[in-house]
Design a protein. Structure first.
Length: 131
């Protein structure tokens, strides 16, 4: 079971202005919890930093980077009291992430909430969408 993140409405902003929220990713080798970039335009459910994620059985991990031809199912992603399993994910180059970020969360994960960003106050409010 992945941890529940109470207080996940507390967020940080990377030096380049990208919002970060805490989530957990489990690639089967290990689970990591930390800041993820909210990436509403991402082409997959999530991308993990290429220096942190294991990609067993992938002969050319570069194919998991944006623009590559391969995706792998991620064992689990935990965010805001919910867990997703076996979502298609890829990698993102460490150099493309803000310092300390573990990866990016994309629309398949973010779509379950209504988002309100208050950048001047450094706050994001999430409200679950009605079923």
């Amino acid at each position: 079971t992945l941890p529940v993140h109470a207080g996940a409405n507390a967020w940080a902003v990377s030096p380049d202005g990208r919002p970060l929220l805490e989530a957990t990713a489990d690639d089967g080798a290990q689970a990591r919890t930390g800041p993820f970039v909210l990436a509403t335009g991402l082409d997959v459910a999530a991308r993990l930093a290429d220096d942190l994620a294991a990609a067993p059985g992938v002969a050319r991990p570069v194919e998991l980077l944006p623009g590559g031809v391969a995706l792998r199912p991620l064992k689990a992603i935990g965010f805001q009291h919910e867990t997703w399993r076996d979502l298609a994910t890829g990698l993102v180059a460490r150099a493309d992430l803000p310092d300390g970020a573990l990866g990016e969360l994309g629309p398949e994960v973010l779509a379950r909430w209504r988002w309100r960003f208050d950048f001047p106050a450094g706050r994001v409010t999430l409200a679950p969408l009605a079923p």
